[in-house]
Ligand binder design. Structure first.
Ligand SMILES: Cc1cc2nc3c(=O)[nH]c(=O)nc-3n(C[C@H](O)[C@H](O)[C@H](O)COP(=O)(O)OP(=O)(O)OC[C@H]3O[C@@H](n4cnc5c(N)ncnc54)[C@H](O)[C@@H]3O)c2cc1C
Length: 405
């Protein structure tokens, strides 16, 4: 497998136009709303998305038949990084989580009828959606097998019962893709099914908005209660009991697109730090002439470049039809921690200015921290990376094993 480091002209042009759009149209709105898109409400979301359509940069990831540019993963990486330069960029391009991951899943798994009813309006930006997997303890979290929400057969469909939390974007979403157990019991590795459930279905209730460190996701993070929620057979996404398999279809690309977007914010943070280091004078020299500041700037350049290449490698594997399980875990773990380091260093270089609201750095600091937890905590990924590596070693014949001195 080879990784193409130079995007083709179509993608390079789209990325350049996205960069201009995000810097000139979106960034002023980020300033105005201090990065909290929900404060601007539906009016802001629709206005930004219309501006993105007018600029020809809307929905780069979706197939052309649904109005998008149909980019593969490797090409998305270039454009999403440019969109991620502002906290509101992904919302404007309709590539924000969780909608972007849901579109990917629906394109891969939904029936034609489901695509018309759920994918098309989502791809067009007419509605929003959410993805409901995580449950309060002792339910599903890092270990999805603990899934406790149930769907039991009833004439014409299923009755869903359970509680979900940290469901991003639930407030104002038109529907959720909900994981529920259709066989087995909590702890079993199979038996999950995905359901498309309208958010106004009787018995489905938003219990509360969870107060969190980050505030940048449109529609917040919500706790949901499902009490005898009826869903018809036509609402099953894919096949019954194959939900965990489909979750993998969504998870590897979705964790990489998160990496791409947060890499954009990290780059923006580094630009702010470099500008400050160039302008600020102290101890008779420029800040940027001081060795310890140079070290911070250099370490951040290394983090940014390494992040980008790890993302591209995993994307190239996905485009190649491979699972990218190991490479996407490696990229997710590294990038989630690297963007935190880059933003933290930028804040340090800027001194008191960095923690003020006069730059967006303190907002970025709050927004990137939870990424070390969602899409699999760093520890879960490290555990999985090590297990795969150890399996690889025990599967190899003794002659094939390499011992490094
Ligand atoms: C901002 C945010 C948005 C989210 N959005 C959504 C959403 O839209 N939909 C949704 O379904 N979920 C969402 N989540 C939930 C997220 O997927 C879970 O938080 C995540 O899977 C971890 O589960 P948990 O919080 O239950 O932590 P737990 O499973 O309780 O894990 C706690 C800690 O245990 C440690 N740990 C985990 N595995 C291992 C291991 N193998 N070895 C050693 N230590 C380990 C880690 O440090 C981990 O942080 C969101 C979470 C956050 C913070």
């Amino acid at each position: 497998m080879s990784i193409e480091l130079t995007p083709d002209p179509y993608v390079a042009d789209l990325a350049a136009r996205t960069a201009t759009f995000v810097r000139t149209v979106v960034a002023p709105e980020e300033q105005r709303y201090a990065g909290v898109a929900t404060s601007g409400g539906e009016e802001l979301r629709q206005r930004l998305q219309q501006a993105a359509r007018d600029a020809g940069v809307f929905a780069p990831h979706v197939a052309k038949e649904y109005g998008g540019h149909g980019l593969g993963m490797r090409d998305r990486a270039v454009v999403f990084e440019e969109a991620g330069w502002s906290l509101l960029g992904p919302l404007a391009l309709n590539i924000a989580a969780p909608d972007e991951g849901n579109m990917h899943l629906l394109e891969a798994v939904a029936t034609e009828d489901q695509k018309e009813r759920y994918l098309r309006p989502l791809a067009e930006g007419a509605v929003r959606s959410c993805f409901a997997m995580t449950e309060p303890a002792p339910g599903a979290g890092s270990d999805p097998a603990a899934l406790s929400t149930t769907a039991t057969p009833t004439p014409g469909g299923w009755l869903v019962n359970g509680r979900k939390w940290f469901i991003t974007g639930a407030d104002g979403a038109a529907y959720t893709i909900c994981m529920a157990r259709t066989s087995g019991r909590p702890g079993d590795r199979g038996g999950a099914t995905m359901f498309l459930i309208d958010m106004d279905a009787p018995g489905l209730r938003i219990v509360r908005h969870i107060d969190t460190l980050d505030e940048g996701f449109f529609g917040g993070h919500c706790e949901l209660d499902f009490e005898d929620v009826f869903v018809g057979e036509e609402s099953v996404l894919g096949e019954v009991d194959r939900g965990f398999e489909y979750a993998q279809v969504r998870l590897a690309p979705a964790r990489l697109t998160h990496c791409m977007r947060w890499l954009g914010i990290a780059r923006h943070a580094q630009e702010i730090a470099v500008a400050r280091a160039t302008e600020r004078e102290l101890f008779g020299s420029r800040l940027g002439d001081l060795g310890m500041v140079q070290a911070m700037i250099a370490d951040s350049e290394i983090d940014l470049s390494a992040s980008r290449l790890l993302i591209w490698q995993a994307c190239a594997e996905l485009d190649d039809g491979r699972s990218a399980a190991q490479s996407s875990s490696i990229a997710k773990t590294f990038v989630a921690e690297a963007v935190g380091r880059v933003v933290d260093r930028a804040l340090q270089v800027c001194g008191a200015l960095g923690v003020s609201g006069d730059t967006q750095l303190s907002r970025y600091h709050r927004e990137v921290r939870p990424f070390r937890i969602y899409d699999g905590p760093s520890e879960t990924h490290r555990w999985a990376i090590a297990k795969r590596r150890l399996r690889q070693s025990s599967a190899a014949t003794p002659e094939k094993r390499t011992v490094h001195a």
